[in-house]
Design a protein around this ligand. Sequence first.
Ligand SMILES: N#Cc1ccccc1Cn1ccc2ccc(-c3cc(N)[nH]n3)cc21
Length: 247
Amino acid sequence: MRIDIISIFPEYFAPLGVSLIGKARERGILDVHLHQLRDWTHDVHRTVDDTPYGGGPGMVMKPDPWGEAVDEVLAADPQARPRIVVPTPSGVPFTQRLAMEYAAEPWLLFTPARYEGIDSRVMAEYGSRLRVDEVSIGDYVLAGGEAAVLVMVEAVGRLLPGVLGNAHSAVDDSFAPGAMENLLEGPVYTKPPEWRGHRVPEILLSGHHGRIARWRRDEALRRTARNRPELLAALDPERLDKHDRAV
Ligand SMILES: N#Cc1ccccc1Cn1ccc2ccc(-c3cc(N)[nH]n3)cc21
């Protein structure tokens, strides 16, 4: 997968050089290209923003630098069409399902803005011939889109074949469509069996895999009921057996 990111803060993406995503890049699973938006300005101050038409607070990002930057990124592979992802508080929710959709794309282009966002004509221009998604990572307002891109690239990158070790499959993730999507992860434990007087639940030391699976499901149901009751309410009742309902 190729990922392009255009930003006025390309240094914000240094974390994409470490850990899971960094290793995926070293192994050629992920090819990340960072671009400084100001390289497509033509004034001495390298201006990327201006006052909003119609008045109002803050500044809006000018269309010209974005248009020239996106055009040049697209020219990197004229035969291909990246999916454009625009982080914004006004977008569709970024979910595990959308992350899986993006993980199947050969090329993503992220356009994290600053100020009050990008002149809306930019995405109207590209929306006529490319998939352009406005995406929110949560109901809160960040100062810009870079942190949202870091979140999305990590969520997508870990789903790429070969990125997670064999020990873990993303299929088992919370929110992964399938067996019991929308259940939160239950508690996890490792050695020692007792730590500051806290013992690991005996069932986990029993070796009874069926009972352990049942216990884990019960704990996942309890945590979901406690922390995200709306997810439980949204579960198809067909997917809950009578034992589940008794938890
Ligand atoms: N847009 C906008 C905006 C509108 C009003 C006030 C402040 C901003 C800041 N901002 C500028 C770019 C940008 C990108 C993404 C987010 C963003 C995403 C999520 N999920 N929260 N915030 C915010 C962003």
